[in-house]
Ligand binder design. Structure first.
Ligand code: SGN
Ligand code: CA
Length: 537
């Protein structure tokens, strides 16, 4: 009996030691930073021609940068649903911004919480539901506001005075400093509204950036000649679809005094007076005093010069105004991120914290004459992805494999040594990050966009993207295919689907696309199901 007892005691002690060994390696913290609509062209670690983002770049310098990260469905809420569930839109059901999300589904923060992590979410979720699996949250309702934003919290709704990017950062820092349970690892989701439309920079950045001029993209005056109907009929052209008030910050009284503003442009992007006022009405007296001088100088110039501009000059003016505001909001994101990175370093938390910077999708910055996203074309399909973990990831690595936001959930679960549910559809990126990616292969990724008919009128399409080609099928009210030769035509100006020299490639890609649809459990039946669901709503 005593002998037995001793044997069991020894066993318990040995097992205890083994377990302790594992536990002596503390699980990593995860700081997931996501901006809304942040194009990789507007991060200097990717591209230096538009803006300097020294703090975002620090993540790449201290860790890894992905050159071919992309999304599964380039639009806000669906991207967030894919990130949270690790599943494609047709499986998680959040196919567009307005479709409901079944909250019975497992999201990765729930798994972290269950595994003993302290979890929190601050900023823009844009999901239609409050987050599950977080110990604390403060989220913007819907799209949220740039100035004096409202927040939904577990303790009720509140409004905070100030600029949204600064406020979300203050909340995050306060949590890290005062609310963090030092006994537990944490998962913090720090989610910016910027640089989403209508692109209101802070007053300081507005002043600074409104004086800048930016290089024009090569394809700003694209006429979509060699592409199909979807590109031709999309409503996201800077000249035709940006609104004077809402986007370019022209005051309603100036617009009204100038009617008709432009017989060609005006019917489309007049947008009423409200677009400007819905934002401006939120500013308090002090804030108006800071914004007004800049708004006034833009308005005076517009009133004096607009009618004498050629169409080309109008396009260029709209592009510059767009870039000034869009990039101004990003500069605040970068400054604020600097504050968070500084705190992590000063507190020593940085060493075992995985810092991830990404966006919910890419964005057109005047390429093809466009703003917004949605298309399978590179600027909207690709997304920034930078990851730092000083104890594990070698500094300064560039990863060229094709990865997707579909992979995020499993990557984080893998890093934290938490089981990955078998029905998640991505693949952990940890081997790539740890330099053990020799056998990590992916020949092609699958994409499916649904939100049509809707704002910007980008037609429904699904497709396959390999390193060399991109094949997309536009459907619903058309039946058109597009093929791009990514190496010969990186700007995606020419659809070569009907060029007979690509016949064999088309056949091969269609087979691969069919296999991908089968593998991810998408189908013609599901396409029709979602079309009918949309028609019935
Ligand atoms: C709003 C914007 C659109 C944008 C969608 C979706 N218009 O409708 O330009 O495409 O959000 O954006 S605005 O008049 O409200 O500025 S998403 O990031 O939420 O998907
Ligand atoms: Ca977005």
């Amino acid at each position: 009996m005593v002998k037995h007892f001793l044997t069991i005691l020894v066993l318990v002690l040995v097992l205890g030691c083994i377990r302790e060994n594992k536990d002596t390696q503390p699980r990593p913290n995860i700081l997931f930073i996501m901006s809304d609509d942040h194009a990789y062209q507007a991060i200097s670690a990717y591209d230096q021609k538009l803006i300097n983002t020294p703090n975002i770049d620090k993540i790449a310098e201290g860790g890894a940068i992905f050159d071919n990260a992309c999304v599964t469905n380039s639009i806000c809420a669906p991207s967030r649903a894919t990130i949270l569930t690790g599943k494609h839109s047709h499986i998680n059901g959040k196919i567009d911004n307005s479709s409901p999300f079944d909250t019975a589904q497992i999201t990765f923060p729930q798994l972290f919480k269950k595994a003993g992590y302290q979890t929190a979410m601050y900023g823009k979720l844009h999901f239609g539901n409050n987050p599950k699996g977080v110990d604390d949250f403060m989220i913007l309702p819907g799209q949220g506001h740039y100035v004096n934003p409202d927040f939904i919290t577990p303790r009720g709704d509140t409004t905070i005075t100030g600029y949204v990017t600064d406020i979300i950062t203050d909340l995050t820092l306060e949590w890290l400093k005062k609310k963090r349970d030092k006994e537990k690892p944490f998962l913090m989701m720090y989610l910016h509204k910027a640089p989403h439309r209508p692109w209101w920079p802070s007053p300081e950045k507005f002043r600074e950036f409104s004086k800048k001029k930016f290089p024009l993209p090569e394809t700003l005056f694209d006429d979509y000649k060699d592409r199909g109907l979807a590109a031709k009929s999309a409503e996201m052209n800077l000249l035709l679809d940006l609104r004077y008030g809402h986007d370019s910050k022209i005051r309603p009284e100036i617009l009204e005094s100038m009617i008709p503003i432009d017989p060609y442009v005006e019917p489309y992007n007049w947008g009423g007076s409200d677009g400007f006022s819905t934002s401006y009405v939120r500013f308090n007296k002090e804030q108006k005093a800071l914004y007004d001088p800049v708004i006034d100088s833009i308005n005076v110039w517009f009133k004096d010069n607009w009618s004498s501009l050629s169409m080309q000059e109008k396009m260029e003016w709209k592009y510059q105004r767009y870039m000034q505001d869009y990039l101004g909001t990003i500069s605040s994101v970068d400054d604020n991120l600097g504050r968070v990175l500084d705190y992590l370093e000063k507190s020593g938390l940085d060493k075992n914290t995985i810092v991830v910077y990404t966006s919910d999708q890419g964005f057109f910055l005047g390429e093809h004459g466009w703003f917004d996203k949605r298309f399978i074309y590179d600027e909207s399909f690709k997304t920034p992805l930078l990851v730092k973990w000083p104890e594990k990831i070698a500094p300064g690595i560039r990863i060229s494999k094709m990865v997707q936001n579909l992979d995020f959930a499993q990557t984080f679960l893998d890093a934290a040594d938490i089981n990955q549910p078998a029905d998640m559809q991505g693949k952990s990126l940890m081997p790539l990050l740890l330099g053990q990616g020799k056998n990590w292969n992916r020949e092609a990724v699958y994409y499916h966009y649904y939100e049509y008919p809707s704002v910007h009128m980008v037609k429904r399409h699904y497709g396959i993207v390999t390193e060399d080609y991109k094949l997309a099928h536009f459907y619903y009210d058309i039946d058109e295919w597009e093929l791009f030769d990514r190496l010969a035509d990186p700007m995606e100006m020419k659809n070569v689907y009907y060029d007979s020299s690509y016949n064999e490639i088309v056949i091969k890609l269609k087979t691969q696309l069919g296999e991908l649809r089968e593998m991810y459990k998408d189908s013609r039946e599901l396409d029709l199901y979602y079309i009918n669901k949309n028609l019935n709503n």
